[in-house]
Design a binder for this molecule. Structure first.
Ligand SMILES: Nc1ncnc2c1ncn2[C@@H]1O[C@H](COP(=O)(O)OP(=O)(O)OP(=O)(O)O)[C@@H](O)[C@H]1O
Ligand SMILES: [Mg+2]
Length: 246
């Protein structure tokens, strides 16, 4: 039996959607403490196993719950019910800029992020040159990251995440922000990860990327899992539901 890196077991995550924001002080007072909201299920009873050492793609339309699932994996969100278990150290590269402090320099953010991801100051110092080198933003490393371009953010964030040496690397769509050369560098890193027996979970809207990189894929549709299995047939099933030409 294949070993499992991440076990997602009957995970449901809901959000409250508030309506009728108070238009005036009077209406706020009249309503008192009651608030009007719907419960929106971003993930509904999702169960899947990510095999250890695999590259695993998450696909689905905008708003289908992919990022929500990644945030649950990274312990940023907690499921309302169900459990997520991961075996090994996890590093996540989520939205552009998440985990960065805008006023701090690139260098300071490397230390901040490294420590959030569980590295000691000594470990970060040891890897500093490698991180800066991989990021390719050396010239701007002492500038506050608020002045970085989106691509520069992603480069630095990814450089940190891979140098933490995780067993499981979780990457949201962000790589699409990087240029072709950087994307190729990242894909090479994914291959290296795989060769080292590590697990990569990635979200992408590029079916070519998922098909080229992933062994398995899971297709989320409005918060529910449609299919999980080998990448190629899962991608085909998803594409079959899209209007032609999309
Ligand atoms: N913190 C939140 N509060 C309320 N709703 C949220 C929150 N986070 C996500 N959602 C909702 O959950 C749904 C799924 O969002 P999610 O970001 O997981 O989608 P996605 O599959 O990553 O989409 P995309 O391809 O556009 O990145 C959306 O309808 C979104 O509005
Ligand atoms: Mg998303």
């Amino acid at each position: 039996m294949t070993e499992v890196a991440v076990k997602v077991d009957h995970v449901t995550k809901s959000f409250r959607l508030y309506h009728e924001r108070n238009q005036s002080l009077k209406s706020a007072v009249m309503r008192g403490r009651t608030s009007v909201h719907d419960t929106f299920l971003a993930l509904e009873d999702v169960t899947l196993d990510v095999p250890m050492g695999s590259t695993f793609g998450l696909i689905g339309s905008n708003g289908s719950g992919k990022s929500t699932l990644l945030k649950c994996l990274a312990n940023i969100y907690y499921p309302n019910s169900g459990t997520i278990t991961h075996f090994g150290k996890i590093a996540a590269m989520l939205e552009v800029g998440s985990g960065f402090h805008a006023e701090l320099s690139g260098r300071e953010n490397i230390f901040l992020n490294g420590s959030i991801l569980g590295m000691t100051k000594k470990e970060v110092t040891k890897k500093l040159d490698e991180i800066i080198d991989f990021s390719g933003v050396e010239q701007f490393i002492d500038q506050p990251v608020k002045n970085y371009s989106s691509g520069m953010y992603v480069r630095l964030g990814f450089a940190i995440a891979i140098n933490v040496d995780p067993d499981i690397l979780v990457v949201d769509e962000v790589l699409a922000v990087g240029d072709g050369e950087f994307q190729e560098k990242c894909f090479q890193k994914f291959r290296d990860f795989k060769a080292a027996g590590k697990t990569v979970i990635l979200v992408s809207h590029s079916m070519e990327t998922v098909e080229a990189m992933c062994d398995y894929a899971a297709w989320l549709n409005r918060g529910t899992l449609e299919i999980v299995g080998p990448a190629a047939p899962t991608i085909r099933a998803y594409l079959d539901t899209l209007p032609t030409g999309a």
